[in-house]
Structures are given as C-alpha cells and as structure tokens.
Write a new protein. Structure first.
Lengths: 160, 319
C-alpha cells in the first residue's frame, strides 16, 4: 500500500515539475511548481518522514511559491513567452540536467537503494544531527544565506 | 480504524453543520453590539435566516466572467474548503480524534499556509482589477503573518516539548494552562489568527470599502458560499487550536471520568474565541496595507522572537 502511494506521488511530483517548466502561462507554471512541492511532501509522508513532509509544505508551499506568485503578479505577464527557444540553450540546459539527473539517480541507488523508509519521523531526529554533528556546515549555509540577503538589500537600495 | 472513520465523519459534519448557525450568531452579535437588532424577519428573531441565505445562494445564477481563467476560477473556492477541512481532520476534540499524528500542530499550520492560495487564485483568475489587488494583498499578508505565527507557536512547542495535541493537553493538565506560562505567545497568536482567517482588523484581501468585495468580487452563488465555508471552518479550527494550546483543551473538572464533558469543555472554550472574532469585527476598523505590514514585520516579529527566549527559560525551569 505504502509503495503504491510512494510511486503515485513521486510520479505526480515529477509530472508537475515538468509542467511547471513547460507551461506557457507563468502563473499556472507557479501553481504546477506548488503541486510538485506538495506531492514531494506526500512522498516524504509515504516514506515515514512525517516532519520533513510537513515542513516541505509549509516552507515551499506556504512561503516560497507565494513569494514567486507575488513577484510574478507584479510583472507584465503579456510579454512573457514570446521569445522563441534557442537550440543552443536547449542543448546546454538539457545536458546539464541530464548529468544532474544521472548523478542523483546513481547516488540515491548507491547509498539508499531499495529502502523506502526513512529513519527520521520527528523533529528530534532532524535537529540532533543538524545541531551537533553537522553544526559547522549548517552555520556556513546560514552565513551564505545572510550574504544573499545583504546582497539583495544592497542591490535593491535606492541611492540617496 | 472504525473509530477514526467515525471521528472523521463527526468532525467534518460538525464543521459543515456549524457554519450556518455561526453566520446567524455573528450577524446577531454584530447587530446587538452596534445597537440594532440584526436579522429579525425570517422566523422568531430571524432564527431561520441561515436557511433563507442557503436557498438564495443555491438558486443564484452561477456567473463566470468573460476573460476569466475558467479552470482556476472554478477550482479556487473548493480549494478553500478543502484546505480548511484537511486542517480540521488532525485536530482532536476531546476523545474524538480522526487522524492521530505526531506533528499535528505543524500540519494545521501547513494547511492554513496552503489555504491562502484560494484567495490568490481567485484574485488572479477573476480577470478583475479589484480581485487582482486583493490577491496580491493576500500574498503579502501571508508572508507577513506566517513568521510571527510560527514563532509564537514555537514558543508554546518549546514549553510543551511536543507537536502532538494529546501531549500538549497532558502537559497542561499536569502543570496548568499554557496561558499562565506564555501570555505573550497567546496574545500574539490571537492577533495573528485574525490575519490568518482574513477577519477584521486584518481583512485586507476582502476590503469592501476599497476593493468592492476583494477576492470574491466576481463570485456568486455556491462558489461564493464555498469561500464563506472555508473562512468559517478556518475560524473554528483555529479556535479549537488556541484553546488546545493555551487553555488546556479538553482538560477540566471531571473530564477524566466523563470524556463527553471534555468534548463540551473544548467546544465551549473554542466558542469563546469564535465570539472573540465577532467582537473584533464589531470593534476595530481595518488596518491600512502599510500599517498591516509594519505591524507584522516591525512589531510582532521581534516580540515573537524575543518570546522564544522566555519560553526556553521557562522550559528549563519547569521541565
């Protein structure tokens, strides 16, 4: 039963992701992205990682896609989608995503092959490794995010 | 399993059945607070008013405006009800528990975060300036209230040490109500709750004085009613959650012996918060858009973060 739902939501997640990059209407693309994130949250649920699944929905569904849609709605959407696709960008993008896809597939198969259950259902199982074993990488990432925020403020600031 | 299904049926039924009387009570309460009688014509003191409303809404012409995005336009109202009912499904009422979940509190937050898409989509798909502006307001509002809400809830969670409502109530029956330990988180949550359900003083996405009807300007009939249902179910769910988090939920005298009493306690506490939303609506004018944003980001967010330290200290002291 669990496997059925796992593959169902995994398929939905990928399908919506494909729609989100190919759809002509940007708002609907954003919605497809949202659906993909929620389906991914459901995938976590089926793997037994309840906490990550919910946080996935809160963070990506509740905040990030809202921000995307908000930004998109302030733009002039009529001028979108008029430019034709160029073969070169298509080829480069395709090659990069193929390499990424294969490497993720390989890593997943190599290290976690065959098992659908994750050993991290609650907040504690995530917090302990994050704040003890991997504290340094965690802090480095947060500094990186701070840099991005400060950079965005510096770029967006009006000169007096 | 059977128990869970029965509980699920009870909770969904309660949510759907409770909405019409609540709309009647709201109009009555608002009326009396503003020194007018409220609905009086249909039945004794207007008690059949919800029925008349239902008949009117069902038989009203269902209009889809020209140039609207048909699919999203039809999808948005149902999304509002759907998200609210999903949130309701994990909230236990006394011993009635549909979906037991370890991270139930987070799940309610996630569903309430998702429910904002109903407003954004309705605003976008209506092909109407007012609706569109309302959708943008809804998006800005959700970004504003989500952080203070999260931090207020986290303060409570640090204190109780669990996301599970059963654990939270058990903690409170041992140590006393959460409001005694976390009055700031309680007030923050009440404040933010008004923004979350889009009620005055934070009903900016509706804003009937500036935006006609806001996101539901173009809706009529049952689609319009679906937004109503979503909003009121959200109010009920969040009232249940507040009384669980800060007022001890279903704990109370003799609740251990007679579980039914616990259900009544819980519903009674929730009813007070539902009344509070009517009260707020009767009392406060709407905030301006910039006022709302500065309240959320400049006042509530710092307070809620500072409150986390208080909660951590209390958790160390009380254990």
């Amino acid at each position: 039963m669990r496997e059925v739902f796992f593959y169902l939501f995994a398929f939905l997640s990928v399908a919506f992701a494909v729609i989100s990059v190919t759809h002509k209407n940007v708002i609907k693309g954003g919605l497809a992205l949202l659906s993909s994130f929620i389906a991914l949250g459901a995938v976590y649920f089926t793997a037994g990682a309840e906490f990550i699944g919910i946080v996935q929905v809160i963070v990506y569904g509740g905040a990030i896609v809202v921000l995307y849609l908000f930004a998109l709605m302030t733009m002039d959407l009529k001028s979108f989608g008029k430019e034709p696709l160029r073969a070169l960008s298509l080829a480069v993008g395709g090659a990069v995503s193929l390499v990424l896809f294969v490497s993720v597939l390989y890593a997943g198969y190599r290290f976690y092959g065959g098992s659908l259950t994750a050993g991290i259902s609650g907040a504690k199982e995530i917090a302990l490794p994050l704040f003890y074993r991997f504290l340094l990488p965690f802090e480095v990432i947060s500094v990186l995010l701070l840099v991005a925020t400060v950079g965005a403020v510096a770029v967006g600031r009006r000169e007096e | 399993m059977i128990n869970n299904l029965l509980s699920m049926a009870f909770i969904v039924g309660l949510m759907l059945v409770a909405v019409p009387p609540i709309t009647y009570l709201e109009r009555k309460v608002l009326g009396h607070m503003q020194q007018r009688p409220g609905p009086m014509v249909v039945g004794f003191h207007g008690i059949l008013q919800p029925l008349a409303d239902a008949v009117k809404l069902i038989f009203k012409e269902d209009i889809i405006p020209r140039g609207a995005d048909k699919l999203l336009f039809m999808f948005a109202p149902s999304f509002s009800v759907f998200a609210a009912l999903l949130a309701a499904s994990v909230v236990p009422i006394g011993f009635i528990q549909a979906v037991p979940m370890k991270s139930a509190l987070l799940f309610v937050m996630a569903m309430s975060a998702i429910s904002i898409y109903a407003l954004i989509l309705a605003g976008y798909s209506s092909n109407d300036k007012y609706s569109f502006l309302a959708g943008m307001r809804a998006a800005a509002q959700v970004l504003g209230y989500e952080l203070p809400m999260g931090f207020a809830l986290m303060a409570a969670v640090i204190l109780y040490g669990s996301f599970d409502f059963n654990e939270i109530v058990r903690w409170q029956s041992q140590h006393g109500w959460g409001i005694l330990y976390q009055p700031i988180a309680f007030l923050l949550f009440l404040f933010v709750m008004a923004a979350e359900v889009g009620r005055p003083p934070f009903d900016l996405p509706e804003g009937e004085s500036e935006l006609v009807g806001g996101f539901h300007t173009e809706y009529s009939g049952m689609r319009f009613a679906a937004f109503f249902f979503g909003e009121y179910i959200n109010i009920i769910v969040l009232s249940l959650v507040v009384s669980l988090l800060f007022l001890g939920g279903w704990s109370g005298p003799f609740a251990d012996k007679y579980p039914v009493l616990g259900v009544l306690y819980h519903l009674g506490k929730a009813a007070f918060f539902i009344f509070l939303t009517f009260w707020l609506r009767a009392t406060f004018p709407r905030y301006r858009f910039d006022q709302m944003l500065s309240i959320m980001w400049k006042i509530l967010l710092p307070i809620s973060i500072l409150n986390l330290f208080v909660a951590a200290a209390e958790a160390l002291l009380v254990g």
